[in-house]
Design a protein around this ligand. Structure first.
Ligand code: ADP
Ligand code: MN
Ligand code: MN
Ligand code: MN
Length: 365
């Protein structure tokens, strides 16, 4: 008998922004091809994760997806779990269940692709962004975006190790870059134009796997990873999670133009609903400055980085392709963002969001 370690990962109930949790369990190594059945259901103490009260605290972890664990790197796995209550109902914090039900309610017929640009900020243990002086400020923004060289970037070793870990795990990692504020970086997860599975659930699961990996690797560098929307107040860029998406009709030359126009009109009509679930404290980032559109406005524009929805140059040139929703904050939940975009552009019932997942953010609706 060969034994391996499985890292069970789930999303907790922290308010107002859910956090990621994990614990390790020994399982038998697969004899042949691994299937999800290799990983038994498990439980945890929900009273310590804001998911239950002390007198009734058992929550169920149901494995739903797995990838190779690139850190243990010995045939072990990372296992994504959904949280259920003991009666078998999806827990109110189980936002993946909301996305599943939106797909089942009809969105899956659209073969939607997503691509998330996850920005994040690295802090040293004293609480300064990496690369910043202990007192005062670095030189103004300008040289840092996609910068190279000491002084222009800081934290690259962690970002590079994370990139390699995502590759090894087989995630839909698309790329990385240094961001506009010193100490801020981005990784992208999503559709890569390759012939490979890249459905909405795979892409959003990969986002959470990548987030877990970044937090886990940050332990080795004594660096804290922050997904705050506006980690440094003042004249410094906030951190977002631009969400690129396309449906099969948007991607097709014959139907693209009409489908894209229609999606933009639907997004314009539902702006207030979207910004409610696009991350806590979003108004601090969506000010109308620093490459954002004000939270009180909706605007779509070609190549416009001050718009809510940017129509990328390739899409406007071809007349078909994808759109970029620039509104989601770095602390948004990709399950919820994908689910809400699908509800809107597929014309589904908004109740699918609030009835099925009363997550910390949806609860505010
Ligand atoms: P930006 O120019 O906004 O910084 P990036 O190069 O960082 O863009 O990221 C591009 C994103 O677009 C990636 O996440 C990728 O997965 C996504 N993407 C590309 N083509 C499509 C498509 N057809 N449908 C959905 N997402 C797409
Ligand atoms: Mn980008
Ligand atoms: Mn960016
Ligand atoms: Mn972008």
């Amino acid at each position: 008998m060969t034994l391996i370690v499985a890292e069970y990962i789930w999303i907790d109930g922290t308010m107002p922004t859910a956090q990621i949790r994990s614990k390790s369990r020994v399982v038998e190594a697969p004899q042949s091809q691994t299937s999800i059945d290799l990983f038994p259901e498990w439980g945890f103490d929900g009273s310590s994760t804001n998911q239950a009260t002390g007198d009734n605290s058992d929550c169920i972890l149901k494995p739903v997806n797995f990838v190779l664990d690139p850190i243990r790197d010995d045939g072990s796995f990372l296992v994504m779990c959904e949280v259920f209550d003991r009666n078998g109902n999806a827990h109110p914090t189980n936002t993946r269940a909301a996305l599943r039900r939106v797909l089942e309610a009809g969105a899956h017929t659209q073969d939607a692709y997503f691509g998330f640009e996850q920005e994040f900020t690295l802090f040293d243990l004293e609480g300064n962004p990496v690369g910043w002086p202990d007192a005062g400020y670095p030189a103004p923004q300008g040289p840092y975006y996609c910068g190279v060289g000491a002084g222009a970037v800081d934290g690259r070793q962690l970002v590079e190790e994370h990139l390699q870990a995502c590759m090894k795990a087989g995630l839909l990692i698309y790329g990385t870059n240094a961001e506009v504020m010193l100490g801020q970086w981005e990784f992208q997860i999503g559709y890569r134009g390759f012939d490979e599975p890249a459905d909405a659930l795979k892409t959003t699961d990969d986002m959470w796997f990548a987030t877990w990996l970044l937090h886990r690797l940050s332990e080795d560098y004594d660096i804290k990873v922050s997904f705050e929307n506006k980690p440094m107040k003042g004249d410094w860029n906030g951190a977002g999670c631009h969400t690129n998406f396309s449906t099969k009709e948007m991607r097709r030359a014959e139907t693209g133009k009409k489908a894209i126009e229609c999606a933009i009109n639907q997004l314009a009509a539902t702006h207030e609903t979207h910004v409610k679930i696009y991350g806590a404290g979003l108004s601090e980032r969506l000010t109308g400055n620093h490459e954002t559109c004000s939270i009180n406005e909706f605007r779509a524009g070609e190549s416009d980085r001050g718009a809510s929805i940017r129509i990328p140059i390739s899409t406007s040139q071809n007349g078909y392709g994808y759109l970029e929703d620039r509104r989601p904050g770095a602390n948004s939940d990709p399950y919820l963002v994908a689910a809400q975009i699908l509800v809107t552009i597929c014309g589904l019932d908004q109740c699918l969001m609030s009835e099925t997942a009363k997550s910390p953010q949806v609860a505010l609706l």
